[in-house]
Design a binder for this molecule. Structure first.
Ligand code: ZN
Length: 208
C-alpha cells in the first residue's frame, strides 16, 4: 500500500495481516479479529529480502508449533496451552515469487508446471503465457476437445508429475543466497532464487 497518495508509485509499504482461521466463519474475516502483525515500511518494496522481515513471526510460529504458549481463559478460569500453525498466505503473484523464492518472471514463470512448462509468446501482445493447463484435466474432460475457446488446438498431453514436498526442499536446500542489495550477481541461473524461510517451519512442509 501507498499511504502518501493514491496512484503515485514513489512509496511502497507492505502491511502483513494475520487472520485467525479457527474462529467462526462469521467472525474470522471481521476487521476486529484481524491483526496487523507487521508493517514493512518503504519507500521501496522489500522484494526477496522479505525473509529478513519475516524472521521474527517465523520464530514465534515455531514456538507455537513446538512448545505452545500458556493462555488464560477468563470464562473457565483456567490456563491452557495454545498451539498455532501457518495455514496459508494470501498475496498477489509478484509477492508469491518473493515469498516462495520461485522466479515468477520469464519463460518458466508458472510454478505449477515448473520445469515441464510449455510457454508461448502471444503473436500480437508479445506476452509470454502458459496456456497448457488443460492437461491437468482428466483425459476425457470435454474442455480438452474444445479448440476455439482455448488456443485453437485440442489438448491430448498428460499432466507433468507433481513434485513432492521433499523434492521441492531438495531444490532449494543448497541455494547460496545473501540478503541485501549486493552488486555481485550469481553466475548460475536458477528458477529458484533462495530457500524461503517458510521452510524453517516444520508445519509448512515436513508433515504434509
Ligand atoms: Zn503452467
Amino acid at each position: 500500500m501507498n499511504q502518501f497518495g493514491n496512484m503515485s508509485m514513489s512509496h511502497s509499504s507492505w502491511p502483513i495481516l494475520l487472520v485467525i482461521y479457527n474462529l467462526p466463519l462469521r467472525l474470522c474475516m471481521k476487521r476486529k479479529y484481524m491483526m496487523l502483525s507487521m508493517m514493512i515500511s518503504g519507500p521501496k518494496q522489500p522484494g526477496n529480502d522479505i525473509d529478513v522481515y519475516l524472521s521474527p513471526p517465523i520464530e514465534d510460529l515455531k514456538l507455537m508449533w513446538d512448545q505452545g504458549v500458556e493462555v488464560f481463559d477468563g470464562f473457565s478460569n483456567e490456563t491452557s496451552k495454545m498451539h498455532a500453525m501457518l495455514f496459508c498466505t494470501i498475496n498477489d503473484f509478484p509477492t508469491y515469487g518473493n515469498l516462495s523464492g520461485y522466479s515468477v518472471k520469464g519463460h518458466k514463470a508458472c510454478s505449477i508446471c515448473e520445469e515441464d512448462i510449455i510457454s508461448q509468446e502471444l503473436k500480437h501482445g508479445r506476452k509470454t503465457v502458459c496456456l497448457r493447463h488443460r492437461r491437468f484435466l482428466r483425459s476425457d474432460h470435454p474442455y480438452r476437445r474444445l479448440k476455439q475457446a482455448f488456443n485453437g488446438h485440442q489438448e491430448t498431453t498428460s499432466p507433468p508429475t507433481l513434485l513432492t514436498n521433499i523434492e521441492v526442499y531438495e531444490k532449494v536446500n543448497n541455494i547460496d543466497h545473501t540478503f541485501g542489495k549486493s552488486k555481485k550477481k550469481s553466475s548460475v541461473t536458477n528458477i529458484w532464487k533462495k530457500k524461503s524461510n517458510f521452510f524453517d517451519l516444520p508445519s509448512y512442509w515436513c508433515y504434509s
